[in-house]
Design a protein around this ligand. Sequence first.
Ligand code: 13P
Ligand code: SF4
Length: 316
Amino acid sequence: MKILPSQTEELKDKVQKLKKEKNAVVLAHYYQEPAIKQVADFVGDSLELSKKAAQTSAGIIVFAGVHFMAETAKILNPERKVLLPDLNAGCSLADSCEPKSFKSFLEDHPDHVVVTYINCSAEIKTMSDIVCTSSNAVRIINSIPNNKKIIFAPDKNLGDYLIKKTGRGMLLWDGSCMVHEAFSIDKLLELHKKYPSARIIAHPESERHILRAASFIGSTSGLIQHLAESEWDTFIVATEAGILYDMQKYFPDKTIIPAPAKENNSCACSECAHMKLNSLEKLYACLKDETPEIILEEELIKKAALPINKMLELSN
Ligand code: 13P
Ligand code: SF4
């Protein structure tokens, strides 16, 4: 059911009121719908949101993002209530790394430092030596002594990019994000011909041929920062379409064009169906009823916190 603009404004006011009453903080990822980002206390990329989650003194954290992000916030705040507006908001990349198979993969390849991208479950994080996000991955890989062998999981596209960027050989898990694999290189090059002065910029979860066509590669915040620093004024953006709202908001004079998706994709641009499960209505309901809540076992929290904290120490 579509809600009217006046109802949206009313809901936003109710959320703001509840946040104060309950000493709650709303953290939102760039891929969330605009109405959610408008009521959020902080909007950012995975690393920035993890840092905010680690620093908050709020009693309740509402995580407007996907499950692994809310889980990370819970791991960093075991004593606080962490809510996710829709508990089914998962991640195709996290799902591509199933704990049992990953465990036997590690047993088959001992003596490796295990680096896991934050887009994975808490259970996978317990098998990891250090976590990284797309904005600190190069720094994390470079911090590993040269004589150590490395396993990188779960994103093979980000892994492939990191091998080129750091010159380190790494054993890659065969996982990927369905949203970033939906871009069509043929359509992208076709679009570029129409806008020859546009710069193509991409998230490193995109496939190799898309990254090869890009003049800049970065995390969601990195892409926004690039727009601030670049003197160019037209950009074709290869990442989830939700970020276009923020880019247009910060840089109203720049022309921002979404990279085209393949024919069989449900969206002409690229939307993450998991991220879009959250809505302003669900956010309001979860804050009001304080559910659904992320619940994790104490032992799991303790083990998964180690590689996350290691990452945060290296990212300060
Ligand atoms: P960022 O850390 O760049 O925000 O990426 C999160 C994500 O899920 C990308 O698909
Ligand atoms: Fe996961 Fe891809 Fe969605 Fe990011 S865009 S949350 S990696 S499915």
